[in-house]
Design a protein around this ligand. Structure first.
Ligand SMILES: Cc1ncc(COP(=O)(O)O)c(C=O)c1O
Length: 455
């Protein structure tokens, strides 16, 4: 596996060059509407005073931090608004490495490739704990792999790419493992609104200074382009380090985007989130029905956007994915990009978040994808996935810390009516009871296929 160089766009670049329309199931960008209130918030912002167009507090506008704190039941001080879950993960991993002894980051295989790439970027050693056949994570395997060399353990539930959802007992055990080796558990919960099992349990349910949570509105509100995420860090020293790093790395986030999210959080009913969850679940069902028709093995996800599938006679590498683009007009991601467990043998992983809408570039509908899936055949070989290696200073400067504090004391977001006390985005598990077909074992995985938009 090579996580040194960014290869995520390889598939998209190949698809863009293809001389046919291609269904994009790679990018993971939702193609459904954000909450209506989000658009209202943006419109209102356009007419705001010039001062609303200036730097927001580095840790995020107060109404948004308060809304997050209320939803997550944590002190508002513990919330740092970030540029998506990506930055939140980076802060958590980097600060965990800097604050805890040990040079190692423990990851789960199959892995969300950016964790691996980021670990390389941070010059950390990596150790992989292999998940079970359906993505389940045995905390005892994590315990066995963890040692005094471990500084950070990164987990993700609902999981990209396996679709596994870790229950309360698992999360408790994982926090316990982190405590036992004095490491930091980073729990990436970016798909928390996409739990189809009703078993999702946040790491926040376990009280411990050794755990942080990362999250974002990218998927929850279908706004991957807004770059609004957050981390919750209750340990003060770690939080200060993260704030400083955030300040020095990005200064702050986008104020209009934060405002619009805060506005949407206050005005959006739980039905929006439930409808998004149903939409993805229906697409997954449609996709897996197609997989059944062609005799593919796959994981039936308990959460998230992704399905790992092994198409008959199709490899799990980049060459296979290229061939799928050429022959079937479907772009997925190779399982090889997700780690050793996924790369074993041939296979690909598939992510059906798409819709039947037409893209601006060329038109393909989700229905057409079904057809493609049936006619697809062929494929070949692989490469890897990751980000370019570089170095990241781990030290935290006192000056930066002071600057950070000063910024936080600045004015908060405009229109405090966004902070009107209404609770939204509440219990996403309420209507998620589901009992579907049994998850099938996937010995090898193949392409990551995200949404149905075409490029
Ligand atoms: C597991 C996981 N974490 C983090 C991210 C990045 O989220 P964001 O776009 O909010 O940075 C993604 C995006 O697909 C993801 O799948």
């Amino acid at each position: 596996m090579d996580y040194e160089t960014p290869q995520f766009y390889r598939v998209m670049q190949y698809a863009a060059r293809a001389d046919r329309d291609v269904v994009d199931m790679v990018s993971g960008s939702p193609d459904w509407d954000p909450p209506a209130a989000l658009r209202d918030g943006l419109r209102a912002y356009a007419d705001a005073d010039p001062e609303a167009f200036q730097y927001p507090p580095s840790a995020g506008i107060r109404p948004l931090r308060k809304a997050i704190a209320r939803r997550r039941d944590v002190p508002v001080e513990s919330v740092i608004v970030t540029n998506g879950a990506g930055e939140a993960n980076h802060l958590a991993m980097a600060c965990g490495l800097a604050q805890y002894s040990g040079e190692e980051i423990l990851l789960v295989d199959p892995v969300y490739p950016y964790y691996a790439g980021r670990a390389n970027f941070l010059d950390a050693e990596t150790t992989y704990v292999t998940a079970g056949p359906t993505g389940e994570l045995n905390p005892e395997a994590v315990r066995a792999a963890a040692s005094e060399d471990t500084a950070v353990v990164v987990v993700n539930s609902p999981n990209n790419p396996t679709g596994a959802v870790y229950d309360a007992a698992t999360m408790r055990e994982l926090v316990d493992v982190a405590e036992s080796v004095d490491a930091l558990l980073v729990s990436d919960e970016v798909y928390d609104h996409f739990d189809y099992s009703g078993r999702f349990s946040s790491a926040l349910a376990v009280d411990s200074p050794n755990r942080v949570v990362t999250d974002a509105y990218s998927k929850t509100m279908a706004i991957t382009g807004f770059r609004v995420g957050y981390t919750i860090i209750e340990d003060e020293a770690l939080r200060e380090a993260a704030r400083t790093r955030h300040m020095l790395g990005t200064v702050t986030g986008s104020r209009p985007a934060q405002y619009a999210v805060a506005h949407a959080l206050a005005a959006t009913t739980p039905e929006y989130y439930a409808a998004s969850r149903r939409r993805v679940r229906e697409r997954i069902d449609r996709f897996t029905d197609g997989l059944d028709d062609i005799g593919a093995a796959y994981t039936d996800p308990d959460g998230g956007f992704y399905v790992m599938a092994q198409l008959p006679d199709v490899g799990g590498d980049f060459e296979a994915v290229y061939e799928l683009i050429d022959e079937a007009g479907v772009a997925g991601m190779p399982g090889a990009a997700s780690g050793r467990a996924s790369a074993r043998g041939s296979g690909s992983r598939c992510v059906p978040t798409g819709s039947g809408r037409r893209s601006t570039d060329c038109g393909r509908t989700w229905g057409e994808f079904d057809r493609k899936l049936r006619v697809q055949e062929g494929a070949g070989r692989t490469t890897e996935y990751g980000v370019r290696q570089s170095h990241d200073a781990r030290s935290v400067s006192g000056t930066g810390r002071r600057q950070c504090r000063r910024r936080v004391a600045d004015t908060d977001g405009i229109h405090d009516d966004a902070d009107d006390g209404r609770t939204v985005g509440t219990d996403i598990r309420r209507d998620s009871a589901r009992s579907r077909r049994q998850t099938r074992r996937v010995p090898r995985a193949l392409g990551l296929i995200t949404n149905g938009r075409s490029r």
